[in-house]
Design a protein around this ligand. Sequence first.
Ligand code: AMP
Ligand code: MN
Ligand code: MN
Ligand code: MN
Length: 303
Amino acid sequence: MSESSTCYDLHSHSTCSDGALAPNQLVWRARAHGVDVLALTDHDTTEGLAEAGEAARAAGLTLIPGVEISVTWSGRVVHILGLGVDTGCPALRAGLDGLRRKRDERAHRISEKLDRAGIPGSLEGARAHAGGDALGRTHFARFLVDQGHARDLRRAFKRYLGRGGRCYVACEWADLEEAIAWITGAGGDAVVAHPARYQMGATVMRRFLGQFKSAGGVGMEVISSSHPPPQASAMAAYAREFGFYASAGSDFHAPGGWAELGVLAALPEDCEPIWSRRGWPRGARGVTPRVREGLPAAPGASG
Ligand code: AMP
Ligand code: MN
Ligand code: MN
Ligand code: MN
């Protein structure tokens, strides 16, 4: 198989944060969808990577250890991906531990607001939807849908959990500089997740990308399920302007959701892919070369 036909999906979630599939199910689904190189990038946790790495060895695909870090920059929430991180790095671990404590505190406050809105039991309800300790708004959204308070996740965010929703709770996440330091200190590449989603005008975007670069950031997602084609082109232009490597990720959360594993447009030709910087898949840490002939069957029926 030639390098150009290798399928990269460098942004995905498991039950360790707000995804619907366990890490091993995620890996097998990625395999079934033709992904060769997958990054698991759960919100503020690396808990799923050991299980995903084992499944990747069995499935014959390359797993890039990743994380998606919640950052507050200039009063906005932005997400920074760490790709190729060493999960044993103490500073990264301590940083993510701190963010998960903030998630927990925020969850209590969201639950109190839902109580006052006449919806009791949401903390326990959200926890029942969470497979790990990175409790997030998606878990509350699933509870609200289950209980009939919203028709779907999007409406649960609009009505209750999103900015402007009646039970929205603001949170001060990591600093941009400290999040990048955790990533680079752990040997990883810092990459801006879904930059077009922040709806920054050109002036703010350039200020953000300049600061990101000064702090050691090296890449941005050009291809994302959050980017329609015109936005992908606009992000490619920023990547060229700032000398960033381009990344591609589905941001898969759940089957039937807004994105599917491996379903991604090709990077624009004039972009320098992040995987060329790292020599992935060959240079991926701790993962055996992928199986080239025939696909091994997934264990069990689910996936
Ligand atoms: P949190 O990090 O806990 O604040 O939650 C952010 C996550 O919520 C994102 O990563 C998405 O998975 C999800 N999310 C945000 N907005 C929406 C929306 N409008 N509809 C569905 N999911 C959303
Ligand atoms: Mn999410
Ligand atoms: Mn995100
Ligand atoms: Mn994500």
